[in-house]
Design a protein around this ligand. Structure first.
Ligand code: FPP
Length: 248
């Protein structure tokens, strides 16, 4: 089991925790460049950060954690970088899946899978199957994921259901739409964290983040720590969320 840093976790008021935290793990490349390293070294360091944050999420008993590992636009990067990210992703799953399973994590992949290599697709499938009955943190890895693409895929599934006569167009509700998304059955995003100073959503969880609180930091992802993750959770606990209504 992953050990917990009790002192650190005690800073969080459990009654004010978000249910679902999403993270745009940005800044690996710039972090590496600033140190005269290759961008790949930044991504390798990024995986180490991810392991620490997942462990913190497990110890905090967070309900859902979603990370943006590879966007539908990331295929436009140089072939060598895409290749490196694919290897990193598969090494990560190979090395970590058992430990995640032992920690009751339920991994799920958001996005398309068909453009990944058959070996990677198999590993993703095996990892998800291994953990599918786990009841701990829902750990969503968005890979070949785009929010607009996800919404279009959901619309296509609904169009087919209408075409087959299963439902009427006017029966399509937010709930029915939500159930066709990759995150079906999971709570909406409460808190969206983005590292490395960029202030944008970059096609991430466009539907699910409709009422998310945003938390931005200049810290590049390789330097992001469990302490700063907890700062974000504490700050979330102080926000006044009205969901378009009034407070009283
Ligand atoms: C953003 O940094 C990061 C990515 C595009 C990939 C994120 C990947 C990891 C943290 C590691 C791999 C993930 C898994 C699940 C194994 P950037 O390259 O856009 O950095 P920059 O904006 O400084 O160039």
């Amino acid at each position: 089991m992953w050990e917990s840093d009790g002192g650190l976790l005690a800073r969080v008021d459990k009654t004010k925790m978000p249910r679902h935290v999403a993270i745009i793990m940005d800044g690996n490349g710039r972090w590496a460049n600033c140190r005269g390293l290759l961008r790949s070294a930044g991504h390798t360091a990024g995986v180490k950060t991810l392991k620490k944050i997942l462990k913190t999420a497990v110890n905090l008993k967070l309900e859902a954690l979603t990370v943006y590992a590879f966007s539908t636009e990331n295929w436009k990067r140089p072939h060598s970088e895409v290749d490196f990210l694919m290897h990193l992703f598969s090494d990560y799953l190979e090395r970590e899946k058992l430990e995640m399973h032992q920690n009751n994590v339920r991994i799920k992949f958001l996005g398309r899978t068909e453009d990944f290599s058959p070996a990677l697709q198999k590993l993703m499938h095996e990892s998800a199957e291994l953990m599918k009955n786990n009841t701990g943190v829902k750990f969503n890895v968005a890979a070949d994921y785009g929010g607009q693409d996800e919404i279009i895929r959901a619309a296509q599934k609904l169009a087919r259901r209408v075409q087959s006569g299963e439902i009427l167009p006017e029966e399509i509700s937010e709930k029915i739409f939500d159930d066709e998304l990759d995150t079906f059955g999971q709570p909406p995003v409460d808190l969206l964290i983005r590292t490395s100073g960029e202030l944008r959503i970059s096609n991430f969880l466009l539907w699910q983040a409709a009422y998310a609180e945003f938390w931005f930091t200049d810290t590049p992802w390789p330097e992001f720590t469990p302490e700063e993750f907890i700062d974000a959770l504490i700050d979330f606990g102080k926000r006044s969320r009205r969901f378009g209504a009034l407070n009283n």
